[in-house]
Design a protein around this ligand. Structure first.
Ligand SMILES: [Zn+2]
Length: 254
């Protein structure tokens, strides 16, 4: 069965030292201090250590093989978004990251799908970069999680509309199944609940790879669950294919 991991992160191996380049700010850069590892620095402060599976496309593909997962949807790491920076500098940074992703997807069209980043602090620049990333073959990132609290949210909507329904008179329950969520729950019971609310066409396999809080067995717990094959297939590929409007044939390697 085709398995697509819709939630993973990647960085370019080499990046400019943005703080030096722009002359301000605690931007992230990488110090490759030993073979296969790098320190993520935030300004001059150590932020966290990462391994080569954070930047090396081939290492990642190898690691994914053991979990029978053929495709990774990659985006940068949220700490790179830099929405606090001056808009033009953030645009520079976003372009660098997006071009890097585009190169990756170009080289490995069957293994990687790229989600771009845009300078959200400036609408005009954001829209421009969004148009450009579509041209270079990337997608924009989406997300959301209000399922475990939907009961309380709906209750608030019904009994205190003066507080909760100020800008919107749609019952929040109407949004269920209208957006995609990933399955990083580490918990079969919670996943069953999410599936009930969302339907299997709106739940994607996602791992948060390569970070330790993610599901680094890439959905093995789902394989072990007693779900219909068609539900597993929805989660493992169909939901993501629909979300990003991709065709299955483009990713099946013969
Ligand atoms: Zn993540």
């Amino acid at each position: 069965m085709l398995k697509i991991d819709a939630h993973t992160h990647i960085l370019p191996k080499k990046m400019p030292n943005w703080s030096e380049k722009f002359g301000y700010g605690d931007f992230i850069y990488l110090q490759h201090h030993k073979q296969g590892y790098a320190k993520m620095m935030r300004g001059n402060q150590f932020f966290r250590e990462i391994k080569d599976n954070c930047w090396d496309a081939d290492v990642r593909i190898e690691e994914y093989k053991q979990y029978h997962t053929q495709v990774q949807v990659v985006c940068t790491i949220p700490v790179m978004f830099s929405y606090w920076a001056q808009p033009l500098n953030c645009l520079d940074l976003s372009k660098f990251l997006n071009d890097n992703l585009a190169k990756l997807v170009d080289k490995y069209p069957k293994q990687y799908v790229g989600l771009g980043t845009i300078p959200m602090q400036d609408t005009e620049l954001a829209v421009k970069e969004l148009a450009r990333i579509k041209k270079i073959g990337l997608f924009a990132h989406a997300g959301g999680s209000f399922l475990p609290t939907i009961g309380r949210i709906e209750h608030g909507f019904n009994c205190r509309p003066d507080l909760v329904a100020i800008d919107n008179n749609e019952n929040p329950r109407k949004y269920l199944g209208k957006f995609w969520v990933d399955c990083v729950t580490h918990d079969p019971l919670m996943l069953e609940y999410v599936l009930k609310l969302q339907g299997s066409k709106r739940v994607v396999l996602g791992s948060d790879y390569p970070f330790p809080l993610g599901d680094l067995e890439i959905g093995k717990f789902i394989e072990d669950m007693n779900l219909a094959e068609s539900v597993k297939e929805d989660i493992f590929c169909n939901a993501t294919l629909e979300w990003l409007q991709l065709s299955k044939e483009d990713y099946i390697t013969k």
